[in-house]
Design a protein around this ligand. Structure first.
Ligand code: SAM
Length: 162
């Protein structure tokens, strides 16, 4: 309601729709596109956090890896894949250029170990996946992620791709 009543926020959303016609087709009603924009955008106006489903990564790790294996998540995101990795006793390797996010993921991992009295492994680098990490070459057992899509989610990071 706050967004709908604000001229400034609605103008922001209108501009957002116009810049992303692939996601907000021009032949769809404006109200439908606005509703979609509220649902998926991460501008902090009226967004619902689009989190990755933990059951999917649980299932993939179960199917393609075993305990102690190394999993590389090249766009860490909000931590669901990291948590699935920790609880299934795999080793987590990640990259994400959003350094504020990486600091919080490390805090989350420390909390996980404290609460569960475990010593899990996570090596997360605050950098884009395009930057080569020599010590990780030929080391990974499984690589999978949820990369950035178009310009839908704008993060707090200068070096992000979309
Ligand atoms: C779609 S979001 C992830 C959110 C998602 N719902 C999740 O948790 O899986 C993609 C992530 O990619 C990151 N990202 C952006 N540019 C990147 C790059 N060049 N290399 C690696 N990750 C990048 C963003 O910082 C963001 O955390």
């Amino acid at each position: 309601m706050e967004a709908l009543e604000s001229k400034e926020i609605m103008e922001h959303y209108y501009g957002y729709l116009c810049r992303n016609t692939k996601v907000f087709p021009e032949d769809k009603p404006l109200a439908t596109n606005i509703e979609t924009a509220f649902r998926i955008s991460s501008r902090g106006c009226a967004n619902k956090l689009p989190n990755f489903p933990i059951k999917t990564i649980d299932m993939l790790l179960e199917k393609y890896t075993k305990e102690g294996d190394k999993y590389y998540d090249y766009s860490c995101g909000w931590g669901v894949r990291m948590l699935s990795t920790l609880r299934s006793k795999r080793n987590y390797y990640g990259t994400d250029p959003n350094s504020r996010l990486v600091a919080k993921l490390e805090e989350c991992k420390a909390d996980y170990d404290k609460v569960n009295a475990t010593t899990t492994f996570a090596d997360i680098r605050p950098q884009g996946s395009e930057i080569f990490v020599p010590e990780w070459e030929n080391q990974m057992d499984f690589i999978f992620s949820s990369p950035p899509y178009f310009a839908l989610e704008i993060y707090h990071s200068e070096n992000q791709s979309y």
